[in-house]
Design a protein around this ligand. Structure first.
Ligand SMILES: *[C@@H]1O[C@H](CO)[C@@H](O)[C@H](O)[C@H]1NC(C)=O
Ligand SMILES: *[C@@H]1O[C@H](CO)[C@@H](O)[C@H](O)[C@H]1NC(C)=O
Ligand SMILES: *[C@@H]1O[C@H](CO)[C@@H](O)[C@H](O)[C@H]1NC(C)=O
Ligand SMILES: *[C@@H]1O[C@H](CO)[C@@H](O)[C@H](O)[C@H]1NC(C)=O
Length: 327
């Protein structure tokens, strides 16, 4: 029988220590504890819930790929899946993030893990990035985002024909995106972003979430930058045929201003490194990946390969330190 997971993580923490001692002595050694996979945190997207069918399948896959993985699916309403789904549309993202930070920091297993890996679907991706920037305790090692709106959206076409909750939210959104009433209550409004002028100035003034976590305002938050640079990998998947998220290149942090496309690496925010992305990139930590298909159509094999490559035991962290560690 497997030992209780919490003690596995004490063992994992010990493994990190012993790995660094081993490194100092130039005599790498291994033990069973080295094989303990880091926990995986999942943040679902708009209209989904912590225990949605797809999310459960992803969790099961993470456990199948790296047996013993503790999977934690973020919920803003405890066991109440309809409350959690509702929180994907309604709420103040700053307050939601505070809640998530408190939940993870107090969690008996996660808080004893040396680090965690994370996977964010759609808006869950930029929220997990916000978690890294604002809290990061426990720290995220590798963050994988699928079709996330890192650079905001000018439009979201996410509602099913009879999804009244979604339609109600979107109607309210169109009513007055930038009022503090809407910014305090409508989740997608908090990552709306139109770079055309003068809309961009309104965004800088009024955005409750994205303008802050993207460090776009004059006063930059150095903690955000330091925390993003502290990731080992940021893996950003874009759906090539995404018609739900507009513009789809937001998934790669590209700037799409009308018909002008500026890839992340050519943007001022990257060149001046407002967010630590250039520093992360300079150590090979940024991965732009794409998937043929519509928003959130993720082939199992892509999930499988991604988990093999980026999740698992702490020792895979030694990639680059132990040069021979190929995954
Ligand atoms: C992951 O993909 C590999 C290669 O195709 C396959 O052998 C393996 O069974 C897959 N694992 C799971 C858990 O699906
Ligand atoms: C920067 O962000 C950190 C983490 O959220 C926060 O504690 C700090 O007050 C922020 N600093 C500024 C100057 O806003
Ligand atoms: C969202 O919540 C934060 C934290 O409570 C608060 O400072 C901010 O003003 C709220 N945003 C809006 C637009 O009301
Ligand atoms: C978008 O393009 C317009 C027109 O060229 C320009 O005035 C504006 O500054 C651009 N926005 C950003 C955020 O670069």
């Amino acid at each position: 029988m497997r030992s209780p997971i919490s003690s596995q993580f004490l063992a994992a923490a010990a493994a990190v220590l012993s790995a660094s001692q081993a490194l100092a002595a130039s005599t790498p050694r291994s033990s069973d504890a080295d094989d303990t996979p880091l926990p995986v945190i999942i943040w679902h997207g708009l209209g989904d819930s912590f225990n949605g069918e797809g999310i459960q399948r992803v969790g099961a896959l993470a456990e199948a790929i790296h047996p013993g993985t503790f999977v934690y699916s973020i919920s803003l309403a405890g066991e109440d899946s309809s409350g959690d789904r509702s929180a994907t549309f309604f709420g103040n993202v700053t307050q939601q993030l505070d809640t998530v930070c408190a939940l993870l920091a107090a969690h008996p297993i996660l808080s004893t893990a040396p680090a965690v890996d994370a996977i964010g679907f759609s808006q869950g991706g930029q929220f997990l990035r916000g978690y890294v920037e604002r809290c990061n305790a426990p720290p995220i090692r590798n963050l994988v985002t699928f079709g996330s709106q890192h650079n905001g959206i000018v439009e979201f076409k996410a509602c099913g024909t009879s999804d009244w909750l979604c339609k109600g939210a979107m109607a309210l959104l169109r009513f007055n995106t930038w009022s503090s009433f809407v910014q305090n209550r409508l989740v997608p409004a908090q990552y709306y972003r139109d770079p055309a002028s003068p809309a961009y100035d309104t965004y800088l003034d009024a955005s409750n979430f994205l303008a802050d976590i993207n460090n776009e305002r004059l006063l930059k938050n150095e903690t955000y930058k330091k925390n993003i640079a502290s990731l080992e990998n940021l893996v950003m998947y874009m759906f090539e045929d995404d018609t739900t998220v507009i513009p789809r290149r937001t998934a790669w942090f590209d700037e799409v201003n009308g018909t002008d496309v500026t890839p992340l690496r050519e943007r001022r925010m990257y060149k001046e490194d407002w967010l630590g992305l250039r520093e992360l990139d300079s150590k090979g930590g940024i991965h732009f990946r794409s998937i043929t298909g519509e928003h959130m159509q993720i082939p199992d094999q892509v999930l499988n390969d991604t988990m093999v490559e980026f999740f698992g035991p702490v020792k895979s962290k030694a990639k680059g330190i132990f040069e021979s560690d190929e995954l």
